[in-house]
Write a protein that binds this ligand. Structure first.
Ligand code: BG6
Length: 285
């Protein structure tokens, strides 16, 4: 694959990384998982993406931080506890631990445009026939589009997420806005609660918000990170907090203090008819 002038290839531990540096921003994408590791727009030079200092970049383990792609299921597979053969199905699907191929790479006045495809979309736990592509546009903003096309004869259902880890200075100071209505609390057996207002963080948070805002904002003092979403049926908000951070081998003990996951997601079962496509999109500003 011929790289455009703004791109170069590097290796980090055991993964190949595309480094992008154009007049608007710099960014890094790991080909393992098509995983965005960094996005820094030049107008403020502020890193938007959190990557764990303990992340394993061995090309086998899912990377802790960045933007994991969850597909074709989000979280645990729905059949995980129904039969022995499904027990070992990985959390968040089949593609975040695959090597992806770069299909195209080009520069325009507005930035760098890259298309990636996973080596395979098949595997235990998914019987649909799908084409999957991930379109990354690095400019003043970072636009991520996950496009699923049904290339089979039968309608299939799937779920997915762009599981972005945002970097924050201090989670205790963050205020999240743009969410409303009911959420399912994963820390409390999926019980339903109402979205708090103001929305602040003081403990483990693992929530599936069943609303479809086009914009969510993380505000901290005068700093604002804006997350635009399309094609979603929910927004997932996750912070493991202290006890879980300590228990996770690929997370620094204090890692939870400087990250917040805001995930543009389709968690309720997205149906796609033959020949149709569904696009899940997140734009980071
Ligand atoms: C979030 C889930 O999306 O991802 C959490 O809601 C989960 O329940 C988190 O713990 C991290 O998942 P993983 O598989 O990367 O450890």
């Amino acid at each position: 694959m011929l790289l455009s002038a703004s791109c170069s290839m590097t290796t980090r531990d055991n993964i190949e990384v595309v480094t992008i540096n154009n007049s608007h921003a710099s960014a890094e994408i790991s080909l393992f998982g098509a995983h965005l590791l960094s996005f820094k727009p030049k107008h403020d030079n502020r890193e938007r993406i959190w990557l764990s200092g303990e992340a394993k970049l061995d090309g086998k383990t899912a990377i802790r931080g960045g933007v994991p792609i969850c597909w074709p299921w989000f979280g645990d597979h729905p059949l995980k506890n129904t039969a022995a053969e499904y027990k070992s199905l990985p959390s968040h699907g089949l593609v975040r631990t695959q090597c992806w191929e770069m299909i195209s790479c080009s520069d325009t006045d507005t930035g760098t445009h890259i298309v990636l495809k996973p080596k395979s979309t098949q595997g235990l736990g998914f019987s649909g026939k799908a084409n999957l592509s991930f379109i990354v546009e690095i400019g003043k903003q970072c636009s991520l589009s996950l496009v699923t096309q049904n290339i089979g004869q039968d309608t299939f259902s799937y779920s997915c997420a762009l599981h972005t880890y945002f970097t924050v200075n201090n989670i205790n100071q963050c205020v999240l806005s743009g969410l409303s209505g009911a959420y399912l609390d994963k820390t409390q057996g999926m019980e339903t609660f109402n979205t708090p207002n103001p929305y602040r963080f003081s403990g483990e948070t693992d929530r599936v918000h069943l609303c479809q805002p086009s914009q969510v904002v993380i505000a901290e003092d005068n700093i604002k990170t804006t997350i635009h979403s399309e094609g979603h049926d929910s927004i997932v908000v996750w912070n493991p907090w202290q006890v879980k951070s300590v228990s996770m081998q690929d997370m620094d003990d204090a890692g939870y203090k400087t990250m917040l996951c805001i995930e543009t997601a389709s968690t309720q079962g997205q149906m796609i008819a033959p020949d149709k496509t569904h696009t899940l999109k997140q734009v980071i500003k």
